[in-house]
Write a protein that binds this ligand. Structure first.
Ligand code: PRP
Length: 209
């Protein structure tokens, strides 16, 4: 049996439906269910539905052999796992954004609000900019609007949240897409299953592109 950690939400559901088509379906799976674990009756596959930011933890610790995780979360938490494939779905970007009329005052430390403190710190260190980090857990766009930060480092997908709050992107830090990751031990001891699933999911994505 192969254990797969999927992120709750649209991305996880998309990956599940692709895998189901490739022969990894669970008869009793329903996206409306509050159940967190689904196994197929043949004992081939088991899915865990986890918070997106926790996928790497389950895979690193071996509860899941395989997981699907955004590049944003992978870079922020850096779990000790193998990255097997870029799935080319769930695309968005990690950006620095601020109020439309923001001008950087380089004489002052830059106040940066974000969920992604490691990503932000790494980026601004490489940029040589002294910063003060403000860790938030959501609705990051509020921080510059209410004046508690100068900029935010956050995910931009359609750009709607920024636009509707009179903010704009000043710098794209990196592109994001969903990645297939694997537990290091599983890659040795369940090599054939991990390989087969990787090839299947890559093919499913190509066919649905
Ligand atoms: C994410 C991100 C932005 C928004 C970007 O928030 O933090 O706020 O999506 O999407 P857009 O460019 O399509 O508008 P999420 O919905 O995950 O909620 P959060 O505020 O709790 O982080």
């Amino acid at each position: 049996m192969i254990n797969i950690a999927l992120p709750k939400g649209r991305l996880g559901e998309k990956v599940y439906s692709l895998l189901a088509k490739m022969g990894y379906a669970c008869e009793d799976y329903s996206s409306d269910s509050r159940k967190l674990i689904f196994k197929d009756s043949a004992g081939k596959v088991c899915y865990f539905w986890v918070k997106p930011s926790d996928v790497g933890v389950y895979v690193q610790l071996g509860a899941a052999d395989i997981g699907v995780i955004g590049k944003d979360i992978l870079d922020e938490y850096q779990p000790d796992v193998y990255e097997l494939a870029d799935l080319n779905i769930g695309k968005c970007a990690m950006c620095v954004a601020a109020k439309n009329d923001w001008v950087d005052d380089t004489a002052m430390p830059l106040r940066v609000a974000t969920k992604f403190v490691n990503v932000a710190e790494k980026y601004f260190i490489s940029d040589g900019r002294h910063i003060e980090l403000i860790k938030l857990n959501g609705s990051i766009e509020l921080a510059p609007v209410l004046g508690i930060s100068d900029v935010i480092v956050d995910i931009v997908e359609t750009g709607t949240t920024l636009k509707e709050n009179d903010l704009k992107v000043f710098k794209k830090i990196f592109d994001i897409s969903a990645r297939l990751i694997a537990n290091k031990t599983s890659c040795k001891f369940k090599n054939a299953e991990v390989k087969a699933l990787t090839e299947n999911i890559k093919r499913a994505i190509e066919e649905n592109a």
